[in-house]
Design a protein around this ligand. Sequence first.
Ligand code: 3H9
Length: 720
Amino acid sequence: MELTHFSFNVDDGIAVVLLDRAEEPVNTIGPAIFDDFNTVVERIETDESIKAVVFGSAKRNNFLAGADIRFFDTITEAEEGAAVIRQLHTLFTRIEALHAVHDKPVVMAIDGACLGGGLEFALTGSMRIATDNRKTQLGQPEVQLGILPAGGGTQRLPKLVGIATALDMILTGRPVRPHKARKIGLVDEVVPREVLYEVAKRRASESIGHLGEGGGSSFKSFLAPTHLQDLALEQNPVGRRMLFKKAEEAMLEKTKGLYPAPQRALEAVKIGIEQGNAAGYEAEATFFGELIISPESKALRGIFFASQMKKHATGISSNAEPKQVSKVGVLGGGLMGAGIATVSALKAGATVRIKEVDTNGVEHALRHVSRQIAKQVTRRRMTSFEGEQTMNKVTATTNWSGFENADLVIEAVFESLELKQDLLGQVEDLIEDDVVFASNTSSLPISQIAADARHPERVLGMHYFSPVEKMPLLEVIVTDDTDDRATVTAVEFGKRQGKTVIVVKDGPGFYTTRILVPYLNEAFFLLADGASVEAIDEAMVNWGFPVGPLLLTDEVGIDVGAHIVKIMRDAFGDRIAGPDMMAGLIEDDRKGRKNGRGFYLYNDKGERGSVDDSVYKALGLGPRRVLTETEIHGRIVSAMINEAARCLEEGVLQSSLDGDIGAVMGLGFPPFRGGPFWWVDQVGAANMVAKLDGLTEMYGERFAPAQILRDHAESGKPLR
Ligand code: 3H9
């Protein structure tokens, strides 16, 4: 038996089969290993000396990461996709039958990622044992790639953990950690990595002779009390109908019906429950075929690969080496500063010194960090000892003590050029010549902040997004003077903080803020043209943005928005000027959520209510009229995309891929549309130009298409 992707050892009647795609960084499943897999199963079925099986992985921290996502791009027809899935179903059904039919219990020994098809494979076993390794996670992330679990996940998972829990995992794509997996009955035991195979072999041996108790749904898990409760509700047709209805409502509320994959996944679960496994598997295959060639899935896969590529990117073209950062100084312990401190200690493992103006600020900053760490402990992502150790890395002060040792200083104070310049000057008096200074500004040009710097080559921007702990993007901004060493230091440290990093050229608004301004401005133009606040925000949410532009203005702060819009207008002139409504709002003391007065009404607790109709009077606007959603999102999105294209044309962006990553991860551009450039490729650059030309005719030069769009319209070449 020649095997390329597995090792196979039989000891005392127990076959230990380890998957190892030696040539790949992680184990994945796809046609390339089907033959090997079938050979393994056949040997287990026929070799009488084998009484039980343990399946595991020869890779550290990785059990099986699911289907090989690269393979998906080779599928061009729905039927082709469905056929691959049927083949996989046959294989998985045979593995499930090893216990149920051949009386050979199968124990899945799981250490590391067990995702997608990986979990579906694990579900075919009689029992699952997982390690308590931090890298161990079990999940069905398929919807995040615009497909559904198609290796039996929509059928086996609900039977094991109950419909409600399975739907939660399948529809959100969120993985569970080992202890949670144990609690919901997904795994039977959680053990330290060191004893995984010893325990797995023992359990395999103990299970020999217990025919029928395995077969995909573990006997033990079935007896868990929470499980019985769920089953009582779920076995009752009325209860079940209610459950599916609620799950569908919650899903539609989130997806606005824009993502076909969760809808199909829910349908597949329902078909399996109501019509039986065979119908359920067939639904999986058919829906997979349909989804895998859908534009939504292609765009989501495009984002996955783009963010994987960014993990390897340094943002520079030379071989400059990054400075090793172990100590970070953070100026300002407000929401941004404290967030930066948190990810620097928690994710990057650095020692952090925060400087605040007074003891109140110090306390506030430390409390923020401590809360974030406590959350990790509660969620069992770290032990309380590790939590304490991490907290010990963070200190705060009202003077400059500790800053002289920093390897990197990140400034996160109020958006005032003078203040930032002044702080840079003071820091330069303290730090060594090779220490990098970063400003977390969202709009001020870095070259202006560095105007009087003694060492402008070590000054750059590190633009984080709020809340820092959650938002995945970091925009590193470099001036003509910034050297490669500083750039790569910021990029590598950003990655350690868990960020996807893009490097952009300095300029007003850099990339993300710059494309946000025309987007917000166009919302104001629409208000001036008679559209209502609700209509504008709803149209954008229905197009796929997480919030509408006017609610976003309330969230960011109308005063902050006005400040940014002014900076951009000063820099780019009328081309990027809005209808100048912010001043009227500020005069009417409207700053947004923070003072409870904005486009929306807020109660005493800061909870948002409906639109505040008095806002129109404050803006000097008359009665509203109906504008179609197509007109609203057509104008707003075109304004944003056109500005993104200018950023590419001017070299602010290093690539269109960065532009897509920045818009999706920083601004919530709908991921299923792939980002501004991916989207232009979908609609066609020629169509985009025609649309912008039409808008220019109607509304003026602000819509004049970027030259790069015209070039691509002419050449027909894609932007991505
Ligand atoms: C599925 O399973 C469908 C089924 O229901 C039905 C059909 C069977 N494919 O992230 P890392 C590569 S859909 C191809 O840096 P980490 C990755 O590109 C699939 N390649 O490491 C990178 O390559 P490179 C559902 C993959 O330790 C390298 O591995 N599964 C795949 O931070 C290292 O990755 C998922 O969605 C893949 N499936 O995280 C899982 N996975 O070094 C997606 C990884 O050349 N993957 N690579 O740039 C992940 O979530 C993380 O990669 C993982 C490791 C947690 C596994």
